[in-house]
Design a protein around this ligand. Structure first.
Ligand code: DGL
Length: 278
């Protein structure tokens, strides 16, 4: 009986959620690392963006998304959204205990410190993530010599959602944000992509920032954390076939497929995405 339970548990999918398609960048990194795992991804596109909403609303959305995934049966939750991680991670861990819940802010901070110990980090994120100083706290706890500046960049979410990741307009907007961040002489040595949408703009941001600045995101470090936690819990899938992927969105499945394919690095069609209500 005990063996049955364990087998069932290890074969359950990993639930991943974001406010939209951005979390697919995290999903991609986790799938690349754990190709035998099954995944269910939920993009709350009907309520995107989370980054401009109040913490109360964001926490409620995060709870509803987690409930939806939990009803499907999951063995772990990855909150692949910086805003939801900054606002609701602790609450989700309490509400859904003993479900393991992994966020993206701490892995992002760890990646930045590994890249530039004692560095000057510029965090590009949503308004809500910046308001809560989630990255400042996560970095300061781990590296007391680091300096940090957080810059809200809401327009970058729209550019990524629209798929405008290069060209004059995107370049001008990135330049404007980086110039604002450099005001008062803040000379950053790293840029943390503190929003799951921003890896799509990585090449452009790196080009505008110049070669002396390292650009980091939380995707691969989050994948490491997921793997370590599953190993610790003896919950890694034991199957040898490739894992499956189910995609849910709360609105606009055609758009989700079009833009999400870029994030996931695999073309998607609207038939690959199931419309759900929360
Ligand atoms: N996914 C969100 C994040 O990582 C950005 C988009 C939004 O504001 O909903 O912060």
């Amino acid at each position: 009986m005990h063996v049955m339970t364990t087998t069932t548990h290890t074969s359950l999918p990993i639930g991943v959620f974001d406010s939209g398609v951005g979390g697919l960048t995290v999903l991609k990194a986790v799938r690349d690392k754990l190709p035998h795992e099954d995944f269910i991804y939920l993009g709350d596109t009907a309520r995107l963006p989370y980054g401009t909403k109040s913490p109360v609303s964001i926490a409620r959305y995060a709870t509803q998304a987690t409930e939806k995934l939990q009803k499907q049966g999951i063995k772990m939750l990855v909150v692949a959204c910086n805003t939801a991680s900054a606002v609701a991670l602790d609450a989700l861990r309490k509400q859904f205990h003993p479900l393991p819940v992994v966020g993206v802010v701490e892995p992002g901070a760890t990646a930045a410190i590994a890249a530039k110990p004692g560095g000057s980090h510029l965090v590009l994120a949503t308004e809500a993530t910046v308001r809560l100083h989630a990255y400042s706290e996560a970095i300061a706890e781990r590296d007391e010599n680091a300096t940090i500046r957080e810059q809200a960049c809401e327009m970058l979410v729209s550019l990524a959602e629209e798929g405008w990741t290069d060209g004059d307009i995107a370049t001008a907007i990135v330049e404007r944000y980086l110039n604002d961040a450099a005001a008062e002489g803040f000379a950053f040595t790293s840029i943390i992509l503190g929003c799951t949408h921003f890896p799509l703009l990585r090449d452009l941001i790196a080009a505008v920032a110049g070669s002396s600045v390292v650009v980091v995101d939380s995707a691969s470090t989050t994948a490491d954390v997921v793997q370590q936690r599953l190993e610790k819990d003896s919950a890694l899938a034991t199957r040898t076939r490739a894992g499956s992927l189910k995609l849910f969105a709360t609105d606009g499945v055609t758009r989700f497929a079009r833009v999400g394919g870029q994030f996931l690095g695999t073309p998607l069609s609207a038939n690959d995405v199931q419309l759900v209500d929360l």
